[in-house]
Design a protein around this ligand. Structure first.
Ligand code: HEC
Length: 220
């Protein structure tokens, strides 16, 4: 299959009745009596356009309008196969987009950070437009000993600050990683929280404190 196909499956936009038929037709084109017909990007784009309707913050345009990094990364469904030259280019471009806190205030309140890390709401068709988003960090990371329900797409961040300390270098890297994950590993599965406006600067401060404050349960 191709890149947009995968996106269609994860898109959280509403599916219309007419769209269900278009979906079936595109799927049928993929396998005709045992023979495989090539489904092109144009087919999939058309299928998405006719099958989905925007609802709330989940928009069809949001799925179809890819930025340069998304376009580059979509060429490599297996992220481990991104060529080094492409990765270098993506990382350099994304690093330029990181906005560091102008007031030099890097750490907020870890208690708020924990709530953000636990919160998986936001940007779905059932959410309010312009509402507050969660970070859903636990979906991919272990963070504390107390929370035993976590995903492992990302590495464990338990004792993150205890193990790395909080030198200016570590603090700056961590902020940059949360702001734009792709600045440090091209085509990362981790959302670009700051760059895409998923989390506000204050929310990032709070999540930073969760990772780096010695009093945070992450560092016990
Ligand atoms: C959809 C999965 C996913 C979500 C959600 C996610 N991450 Fe990640 N994260 C990853 C992956 C995968 C990595 C490994 C490096 C990479 O591919 O970017 C990572 C790496 C990191 C790193 C760097 C770790 C290191 O060893 O240098 C930090 C810090 C981090 N994530 C923090 C967070 C925080 C904070 C949140 C929530 C606001 C979060 N992540 C949400 C997938 C995710």
């Amino acid at each position: 299959m191709n890149k947009l196909h995968t996106m269609a499956l994860v898109a959280m936009v509403a599916l219309s009745a007419a769209g269900t038929q278009a979906l079936a037709q595109t799927a049928a084109k993929g396998t005709t009596k045992g023979a495989t017909t090539k489904v092109t990007d144009a087919d999939v784009r058309q299928m998405i356009e006719s099958s989905f309707t925007s609802k709330g913050p989940a928009t069809v345009e949001g799925v179809l309008n890819q930025d340069a990094t998304q376009k580059a990364c979509s060429q490599y469904p297996d992220r481990s196969k991104v060529p080094a030259a492409v990765a270098k280019k993506v990382e350099a471009a994304e690093l330029k987009q990181v906005k560091y806190p102008a007031d030099n205030n890097w750490l907020g309140d870890w208690k708020e950070g924990e709530k953000i890390a636990q919160n998986g709401r936001g940007m779905q068709f059932t959410d309010a437009v312009g509402g507050t988003n969660g970070g859903n960090c636990y979906a991919c990371h272990q963070l504390t000993k107390a929370e035993i329900s976590f995903g492992n797409i990302g590495p464990s961040l338990y004792q993150y600050g205890k193990l790395r300390g909080n030198s200016q270098e570590v603090v700056r890297y961590t902020w940059g990683k949360i702001w734009d994950s792709n600045a440090f590993s091209a085509c990362s599965n981790m959302p670009r929280f700051g760059h895409k406006g998923i989390l506000t600067e204050q929310q990032i401060r709070d999540v930073m404190a969760l990772l780096l404050d010695p009093a945070s349960p992450v560092n016990q």
